[in-house]
Write a protein that binds this ligand. Structure first.
Ligand code: ADP
Ligand code: MG
Length: 228
């Protein structure tokens, strides 16, 4: 369902071009729950950006279902992404001038998958699932890190995307909050979503069905859990 073919990503640099991804070929089935591990700088975020279409590879193709997203023009890319991919960024990236509920509604406003009437209901529903209803009219700055992350996840799920990408979603959270966040992703997986999580946490990685390890921009390990 997600097919990466010989992805290479080179960041141009006056001194020396930097190869962030090299010959990455990966096939991810719909409904898989995958953790991506690797040292800092190994290319994990770059890989997620290739799948979300936030950035383009220097060479190689990314196909998601029947769409070669590496060939989509930028305007179509944005629309396609909004409907198909939910992204949870490492540092939440909530808009500070919007309230919690406005942040969650934003992807629905941009993509118009849901009617105007449905949007607010759906946003409240998602906040309910994240146990954040009482914070709906607050601004992000009034929330703790874990609360902001739950809002960021609600926003990522706004258009009910089939694919969820999360970049170190528990990296800045205490272990109890991290556990709550992991369970949200596990629940999404149970709902047949494809979930990719970048993490440094071996316990979290072990909860996924499959772990892909990047080393210096290459896939150095790709292993599936035997059971579960
Ligand atoms: P990770 O997420 O595994 O820490 P990244 O994918 O963020 O790694 O980065 C991989 C390498 O590419 C790093 O060495 C980083 O410095 C470099 N890099 C990332 N983004 C850029 C960019 N926009 N321009 C130049 N180099 C970059
Ligand atoms: Mg990163």
């Amino acid at each position: 369902m997600i097919e990466l073919q010989q992805i290479e990503k080179i960041y141009p640099n006056p001194a020396r071009n930097f190869i962030a991804l090299k010959d990455v070929t990966l096939s991810i089935q719909a409904g898989e729950f995958i953790s991506i591990m690797g040292k800092s700088g190994s290319g994990k975020s770059t890989l997620l950006n290739m799948i979300s279409g936030i950035d383009r590879p220097t060479s190689g193709t990314v196909r998601i279902n029947d769409v070669v997203i590496t060939e989509l023009p930028e305007n179509e890319m944005a629309k396609w992404r909004g409907e198909h991919i939910g992204i949870v960024f490492q540092f939440f990236q909530l808009l500070p001038t919007l309230t919690v509920i406005e942040n969650v509604m934003l992807p629905m406003d941009l993509c118009k998958v849901y009617s105007w009437k449905e949007r607010k209901e759906r946003a409240m529903d998602l906040l309910e699932q994240m146990d954040m209803v009482e914070h709906a009219s607050k601004f992000p700055s009034a929330l703790s890190g874990g609360q902001q992350q739950r809002v960021a996840i609600a926003r990522a799920l706004a258009n009910d995307p089939p694919i969820i990408l999360a970049d170190e979603p528990t990296g800045n959270l205490d272990s109890e909050t991290a556990e709550a966040i992991i369970q949200i992703f596990e629940n999404q997986h149970k709902r047949n979503k494809t979930v990719l999580i970048v993490t440094h946490d071996f316990d979290l990685a072990a909860r996924a069905q499959r772990t892909v390890v990047l080393t210096d921009g290459r896939v150095s390990k790709d292993s599936r859990r035997e059971h579960g």
